[in-house]
Design a protein around this ligand. Structure first.
Ligand code: ADP
Length: 175
């Protein structure tokens, strides 16, 4: 199965699309979102403004995904998705489902764009507080199911620290 796991900076990935763990404003923020907007330059913010104006005046709903240019980064597109905020979903199971949606809709968007490679950060496990062990299982299962149907897609998981990568690998062992 074409799933690769790395430690590094997602903004430097040479893939067709990188996924951004955005917030519903889609206008930038902290964490990986801030890194992506800094590395890609103002073109991304401009494209996000246009999306807010035309498609999502109220903001991007949790679990949805939309694409913009990647500006100056090596990737061609950024797929912005909004992960759930842990503790604000009503129930833990609903948080799981919203995280599944974020991964699935991002993968679907990558397909729609004609991409054959996509890189993900660990959505919701930073500022949004999703327990990383639990998020790892959800992410892995969702990507694995998708790859069964679309074996031509190459998925790269990029962790920012060795520690977060280790947690992911331990959590999916035996899954
Ligand atoms: P969220 O708001 O969805 O929790 P964050 O950006 O706060 O998003 O964190 C998501 C994950 O992305 C965290 O595990 C964080 O360590 C990681 N991260 C932060 N910067 C980068 C980067 N440049 N490349 C890859 N992952 C990153």
């Amino acid at each position: 199965m074409a799933m690769d796991i790395k430690t590094g900076d997602i903004t430097q990935e040479h893939v067709c699309a990188i996924v951004n763990a955005a917030n519903s404003s889609c206008m930038g923020g902290g964490g990986v979102d801030g890194a992506i907007h800094r590395a890609g330059g103002p073109e991304i913010l401009e494209a996000c403004r246009e999306i807010r104006r035309s498609l999502y005046p109220e903001g991007l709903p949790t679990g949805r995904a939309v694409a913009t240019t990647a500006g100056k980064m090596p990737a061609k597109y950024v797929i912005h998705t909004v992960g759930p905020i842990w503790g604000r979903c009503g129930s833990e199971e609903r948080c799981d489902r919203l995280l599944v949606d974020a991964y699935r809709n991002s993968l679907q968007e990558a397909l729609r764009l004609g991409c054959d490679s996509v890189a993900f950060p660990a959505i919701s496990t930073g500022i949004y507080g999703f327990p990383p062990e639990r998020a790892a299982k959800v992410a892995y299962q969702t990507i694995r199911d998708f790859l069964k149907r679309h074996p031509e897609m190459e998925v790269v998981f990029v962790f920012h620290t060795e520690e977060s990568r280790r947690i992911f690998e331990e959590s999916i062992a035996g899954a």
